[in-house]
Ligand binder design. Structure first.
Ligand code: G3H
Ligand code: ZN
Length: 277
């Protein structure tokens, strides 16, 4: 069934487990993520980023598909809008039935980030929607890796109090779109953030982090673990292998299906890592 992101994240935080939030680009990702979660018998968050929406030209076709797939799922599935820099897109997602959004004003300076985020959070809460925001920009969204950024724990606590958000994305050493899995996280900083910040913490750029680092991050206090690039790597490798093995085939379902199956296996595996078992 379709559930709220807050339910999944809240339960994971209470149990001190991690929960997986996986980015989908197209329908094959959506169904693979849900299949992987069903195999793991775990709840899952399917997220669509503003960049994925841009790729499709609009939110509704892919967003409606994600919501329909979640409603039909046998395990709890939440549908989340990821990295929205546009308040208009947030309103569109809320109207469509998304249970949560991440509003990303992390490129702005502190005061402007607070002002913009507080406004979006108030709108979302009026509509019963859970809100994540970011403080201390996690690099790599523009193709430039900037793992140097760090979120200050005192500023993070003040940011949460001033904006009323439900979860906070923090910069602790990861970076978006890393193809290698060797990023070193600052676990001591995660523990200090956990102590000071009263809402669940979100790790972005998790594909660059090795499995042991993900588990350690959860132990140190991270809850929502965002994973995108790793699934794309797995999808593309499996689709390419299938396509190379059968270059005479013209039906995209063959190689897309191979990609989808591989992503489901990887989601199941990663959910096992985050559950700390
Ligand atoms: O919001 C999405 C995540 O931060 C994904 O980052 O592509 O490095 O896994 P990633
Ligand atoms: Zn991110």
């Amino acid at each position: 069934p379709l559930v709220g992101t807050g339910e999944i994240v809240g339960a994971a935080a209470a149990a001190r487990h991690g929960c997986g939030a996986f980015n989908a680009i197209q329908l094959e990702h959506i169904t693979a993520i849900i299949d992987g979660a069903a195999a793991a018998e775990a709840p899952v968050i399917v997220q669509l980023s503003q960049n994925a929406v841009k790729y499709h030209g609009s939110l509704a076709p892919v967003g409606t598909a994600a919501l329909a797939a979640a409603r039909a799922a046998t395990t709890p599935v939440a549908v989340h809008l990821d990295h929205a820099e546009s308040a208009d897109l947030v309103r569109e997602a809320v109207a469509l039935g998304f249970g949560s959004v991440m509003f990303d004003a992390s490129k702005l300076d502190y005061t402007d980030n607070v002002r913009a985020t507080r406004e979006v959070a108030a709108y979302c809460h009026d509509h019963g929607v859970w809100v994540e925001a970011e403080l201390g920009e996690v690099g790599g969204k523009d193709g430039v890796h900037a793992p140097g950024a760090r979120t200050d724990p005192d500023e993070a606590a003040e940011f949460v109090a001033s904006t009323g958000i439900d979860a906070l994305a923090v910069a602790v050493g990861s970076s978006h779109a890393m193809l290698t899995r060797d990023a070193a996280l600052d676990f001591e900083l995660i523990a200090r953030l956990r102590e000071k910040v009263p809402v669940p913490l979100v790790l972005h750029g998790s594909s660059g982090v090795p499995d042991a680092g993900l588990a350690e991050a959860v132990r140190a206090g991270m809850t929502k673990i965002n994973i995108a690039t790793q699934l794309n790597k797995v999808f593309t490798a499996a689709a390419a292998e299938d396509w190379r093995a059968h270059p005479e085939r013209v039906d995209p379902r063959k190689y897309l299906g191979a990609g989808r199956a591989a992503v489901a296996v990887e989601v199941r595996r990663l959910l096992g890592v985050l559950k700390l078992d």
